[in-house]
Write a protein that binds this ligand. Structure first.
Ligand SMILES: [Zn+2]
Length: 371
């Protein structure tokens, strides 16, 4: 029998100004000394100042890499314990939010992080005994603020490792589109395309899930309609709100699963330092073409939603519209590294739910097409 297990349980306070709820949310959870996890880039912005003023007792931790690594997590746990913290505020894009989830985990669970690898049934070792965690997103992409997974590069394998448990869901997400008004254009584009890819991959992922499918289609359409708007008018609050909602919808939908785009993208971040969402944007057209024989009707339906014609071409147009250079070679990736990337991509769990199965050779061919 094929059973589906799902839930949509994250408490989300959504809307302009929702970040002002932070003092109440801290009080409600009796958090007196939170660890505020963010990164050095955000620390220099007015958004950081605003949040710090709302949580003056917070201990600040900013040592999070753009693609978070295990050492960031260990340093964060040390800071948490040294300051006798009793809860976590995560502020940022996917990197601080994911790092903070792993800090939250290791604050009460023993290491090493590799022991919680979802590929190795790590979720069975994660209990509900975790400190409260308030997530505040500053980008509209990852959806980590509503999700139950963290992606951390672990020392032992230098591989992006998914840690997954329903207990990792934030206690509350404050989703405030005002915080995204001053995002730089390339971050708006890259994170927006991450949200788009989450919705598209979730819609095409294997498995019976009409609820996630409906959310994914609506989320993809929101990105299609609103990402060009925010690129042209960064302070358009309605379009920024729609992008933030699309990112949340993507993360809710991808509990159904993701696909080959994410397996291909992860090694490009760990080995070549590429931005996650931007990498997804570059790879998505080739993977859509690869998947067409497995899911012709769904891909045709997606194309209709995006104005008709060919879905992969529509995505290429969207990339062009938001100024993402379309080929891996444009981003300084060397062709010689592609076979090594394929070795890593085939070990990544995301492609297990891709609608068309992928061998290492298939993944290498997809890299070559995107190259
Ligand atoms: Zn992603």
């Amino acid at each position: 029998m094929n059973l589906s297990t799902f839930s949509f349980p994250t408490t989300i306070v959504f809307g302009a100004g929702s970040v002002n709820r932070l003092p109440d949310e801290l009080n409600n959870r009796k958090i007196r000394r939170p660890l505020l996890v963010t990164d050095a880039g955000i620390q220099r912005t007015p958004v950081f100042e605003r949040v710090q003023n709302l949580a003056p007792a917070a201990m600040i931790f900013t040592n999070v890499d753009p693609n978070p690594i295990e050492q960031n997590v260990l340093d964060g746990v040390a800071a948490y314990q040294q300051a006798s913290c009793d809860g976590i505020i995560a502020l940022g894009g996917g990197s601080p939010l994911d790092a903070a989830k792993a800090i939250r985990l290791l604050a009460t669970h023993g290491g090493p992080l590799a022991g919680y690898d979802d590929n190795l049934d790590g979720s069975t070792r994660i209990s509900s005994n975790l400190p409260p965690y308030i997530a505040i997103a500053t980008t509209s992409g990852t959806g980590s603020e509503v999700g139950r997974s963290a992606v951390i590069t672990v020392k032992a394998t230098n591989r992006k490792t998914v840690i997954f448990s329903p207990y990792l869901i934030p206690s509350v997400a404050l989703a405030d589109p005002e915080l995204t008004l001053d995002l730089p254009p390339h971050i708006t584009a890259g994170t927006g395309m991450d949200a788009f890819t989450h919705n598209v991959e979730a819609y095409l992922a294997k498995g019976y899930h009409p609820m996630c499918d409906a959310i994914a289609l609506a989320g993809a359409k929101l990105v299609w309609d609103n990402l060009p708007r925010v690129m042209d008018h960064p302070h358009d609050l309605e379009a920024r709100s729609n992008m933030m909602m699309a990112a949340i919808m993507g993360a809710v939908a991808f509990q159904k699963g993701l696909g080959a785009v994410h397996s291909l993208a992860h090694p490009l971040s760990t080995e070549c330092g590429m931005h996650h969402g931007t990498t997804n944007a570059i790879l998505l057209p080739a993977v859509l073409e690869y998947n067409r024989s497995a899911e012709p009707e769904r891909i045709a339906h997606l194309a209709t939603l995006l104005g008709g014609g060919d879905a992969a071409d529509r995505v290429r147009e969207l990339n062009h519209r938001v100024s993402i250079k379309p080929r891996l070679r444009d981003w300084g990736v060397s062709e010689a590294i592609l076979p090594a990337l394929a070795d890593k991509a085939v070990q990544d769990g995301c492609h297990q739910l891709n609608p068309r199965s992928c061998t290492r050779e298939d993944l290498l061919e997809l890299y070559r097409q995107a190259y």
